[in-house]
Ligand binder design. Structure first.
Ligand code: SF4
Ligand code: SF4
Length: 427
């Protein structure tokens, strides 16, 4: 397959290249919970080829089908032709959004993602009133709705909000000796919900004597909007972030991201998105050399592994879930394990690479029944390890896995590897 930017979304060429071998079917997350040929990678590819050739109308049925993909990239991983099913589905969702519009609640959410001040205000209000509508489970940064609402049922575990966001809790520049410096891209869930990830990252950088720049003008990477087809939000946020990163890129060694989805969006999907905007495509390509997942950079560019080896062992057993956006998209799976195993015993689950079933905002709302079903095997395999803690460098996986474990009555606690490493350093 050609990988020239202008060619990557040639649906007909991709469709013609599919040899219908079926290798992608057993690993397909949606096909496993909805076993129908149209909701399989080769089914999606066939339909997208027909749509491109004008033989398939983008009607409500087609919309429903194309919105059923989890974008997990399992199929790309096993396809002998490496056909980019996830990418062409992301692309057609823009046509779906243009034709059918975007639901009001998604539009409202994406509006928040475009304006940090509005997001800060909304989350502050949310924190103030969350106890009225939700039962808080502070020990796992989660909450359940008190009422059964159309899209939020009482058995649905959601991330709870913190009083002050991570970015608003610290100075923008943190001096740890002035010898080395990195910027932090924290992600929205890490900023407003799971704030101990960022706090832990600051503790790690302090122990390593590396200055931290919190890059407070960062905007949402826009992954939720990209997966939903709201390309106006992607365009605005991606251009803002690229310009912003360029403005301080020469002053730092790296932009480290303790979130697989944000990192993959900034590093890989920005390039895909800008395939037809040559200037921005080049700028996205250039800035990506500075972007790393946090464990990736800490493992390869610091002595953290040795420092951890000098610390006490913890008796807790940990199992690592591989986020699709870390292992399959960025090849990151050894680094978090290498760091965590210095202080904890790791017991692998039967299939750490299986998608957790998060799937994006549409899957978490209108198609929640699919997300719920896809989460069942992951909760079971975590329980079977007997681990005290399940870890993954991704807060979208955390939200989904916490909910799946809650539904299945699994008591394992979820933590980001950065939190585990920070805890080990304290001992
Ligand atoms: S693995 Fe690739 S070539 Fe084989 S059916 Fe699936 S998409 Fe087509
Ligand atoms: S990205 Fe995942 S859910 Fe979508 S077609 Fe591929 S394997 Fe199936």
């Amino acid at each position: 397959m050609s990988v020239k930017p202008e060619d990557i979304f040639n649906f007909s060429e991709i469709s013609d290249a599919c040899v219908k071998c079926g290798k992608c079917i057993p690993v397909c997350t949606i096909h496993n919970v909805n076993p129908d040929e149209v909701t399989s990678p080769r089914g999606f590819i066939d339909l997208l080829g027909a749509y491109h050739k004008g033989k398939l109308e983008l009607d409500k049925n087609a919309k429903d089908i194309f919105e059923s993909c989890f974008l997990c990239t399992n199929c790309v991983d096993v396809c002998p032709k490496a056909l980019p099913t996830d990418m062409i589905i992301e692309q057609v969702r823009s046509d779906i959004a243009k034709k059918f519009g975007i639901a009001w609640y998604k539009k409202a959410f994406f509006l928040l993602l475009r304006h940090r001040w509005l997001n800060d205000l909304a989350f502050k209000l949310g924190w103030t009133f969350q106890t009225c509508g939700f039962k808080i489970k502070a020990e796992i940064d989660s909450m359940n709705s008190r009422l059964n609402l159309p899209m939020i049922k009482t058995d649905r575990l959601l991330p709870s909000l913190r009083k002050t966001s991570f970015l608003n809790s610290h100075e923008e520049n943190i001096n740890n000796g002035g010898k080395r410096k990195v910027a932090i891209f924290i992600g929205c869930l890490g900023n407003y919900n799971y704030v101990d990830i960022g706090n832990g990252l600051l503790e790690i950088l302090k122990a390593l004597e590396i200055d931290a720049f919190l890059a407070k003008d960062q905007k949402c990477c826009s992954a939720p909007a990209y997966f939903t087809g709201d390309f106006d939000t992607v365009d605005a946020n991606a251009k803002h972030n690229i310009k912003y990163f360029e403005s301080f890129g020469d002053d730092i060694e790296a932009i480290i991201v303790p979130e697989a989805t944000c990192s993959a969006m900034l590093k890989i999907d920005y390039e895909h998105y800008f395939h037809d905007q040559p200037e921005w495509y080049e700028r996205a390509k250039k800035i990506k050399s500075k972007i790393f997942m946090a464990t990736e950079w800490l493992q390869h560019h610091t002595h953290l592994e040795h420092l951890l080896a000098s610390k006490k062992k913890d008796v807790k057993i940990v199992t690592y879930h591989d986020p699709c956006h870390a292992r399959k998209m960025q090849g990151i799976y050894q680094e978090p394990r290498n760091l965590v195993r210095q202080n904890y015993k790791i017991v692998e689950m039967s299939d750490p690479n299986a998608c957790c079933g998060f799937g994006g905002i549409t899957m978490q709302t209108e198609k929640y029944h699919f997300a719920k079903a896809a989460g069942v095997p992951k909760a079971a395999m975590i329980e079977n390890t007997g681990a005290d803690i399940v870890t993954a460098e991704c807060s979208a996986c955390r939200m989904q896995i916490n909910n799946s474990m809650s539904n299945a009555g699994v008591q394992t606690v979820f933590k980001n590897p950065i939190e585990l490493i920070a805890e080990a350093l304290r001992k």
